[in-house]
Design a protein around this ligand. Sequence first.
Ligand code: NI
Length: 185
Amino acid sequence: MKLPIVAYGDPVLKKLCTDIDQTYPDLQQLVQNMFETMYNASGVGLAAPQVNLPIRLFIVEIKADEEEPAYKKVFINAQILEETGEPWAFNEGCLSIPDVREDVIRKPNVLIRYYDENWTLHEEVVTGFPARVIQHEYDHIEGKLFTDKLSLLRRQMLKGKLDNIAKGKVHTDYKMRFPKQNKKR
Ligand code: NI
């Protein structure tokens, strides 16, 4: 089942998300729904707060290309323990912030500890594009958006566009939930 994606401006995107445990109801179904929602929106990552759940869960799926093999993982209760390397800029977007793309500077390597969908604990170093997606999704469960990482000037320039997104004045091919949409028609 596809879930509506929460748009910029919704308070759930600002929440520090909480850990879950093995008693969390219907987790496998939720993970499956999140993948379906992400595929439908052509995303490479999706975090639970983007489907209105303030829990520490996100998914990543990157298709294989000439340089890297496919990368598909579920991250539960993730903690980034270390970020290392020379910071680099990458043009990021977000399914909660349609039609906005900005260069974001992050370090290239992350050491992350997390449970997978079978509740197996992992601790691993991830580099390159998968690391970039993980950092972006991890920010979501920490209540942060990539726009928070931009300069004050860039944020001021984007303000009108972001306000419009919150009001639902944006077109997407996937279903969204807008915090400030006028309910009257
Ligand atoms: Ni995002």
